[in-house]
Design a protein around this ligand. Structure first.
Ligand code: FES
Ligand code: FES
Length: 159
């Protein structure tokens, strides 16, 4: 039996009828067509599937869609400005080569967006702690850390 749920995703009210055990990651990708959220390990380790739930990063592969009925979700598709301009975090990752294959990137972008909202000028240690739940197999992390600091600079320059 499917259950009707209503989510506000990237500012748009979306409805879906889902089985009770549908993962939020699968709901976003398959029911709502938002394939920007990636799924890697599907058991809470890699952070690829991170989205913002009422502004806080969560692993969408560990969240049942029915449990977030009525809540606000932001996915990577919702980070850019309404006209499509990249957010400061997205621009910084592009500028500092904070990605290679890009598989992990949507999760990092969501995590870092929340990190910089809460701490606009993090130290290296705070950045490493903040991204410690996101794994990247390509970059070696150095350029991701640079990207976070660059995003903080851009946000300070363009309040
Ligand atoms: S796919 Fe969700 S944590 Fe890896
Ligand atoms: S850029 Fe390839 S896994 Fe991170």
């Amino acid at each position: 039996m499917n259950i009707a749920i209503t989510l506000t995703v990237n500012g748009v009210v979306r409805q879906a009828e889902v089985p009770a055990r549908r993962l939020l990651s699968d709901c976003l990708r398959h029911d709502l067509g938002l394939t920007g959220t990636h799924v890697g390990c599907e058991h809470g380790v890699c952070g690829c599937c991170t989205v913002l739930l009422d502004g806080e990063p969560v692993r969408s592969c560990l969240t049942f869609a029915v449990t977030v009925d009525g809540h606000d979700i932001t996915t990577v598709e919702g980070l850019s400005a309404p006209g499509g301009a990249m957010s400061p975090v997205q621009r910084a990752f592009a500028e500092c080569h904070g990605l290679q294959c890009g598989f992990c990137t949507p999760g990092f972008l969501c995590t870092v967006t929340a990190l910089l909202r809460d701490n606009p000028a993090p130290t290296d240690e705070e950045v490493l702690e903040g991204i410690s739940g996101n794994l990247c197999r390509c970059t070696g992390y150095q350029n991701i850390v640079k990207s976070v600091h660059r995003a903080a600079e851009i946000m300070a320059e363009e309040p």
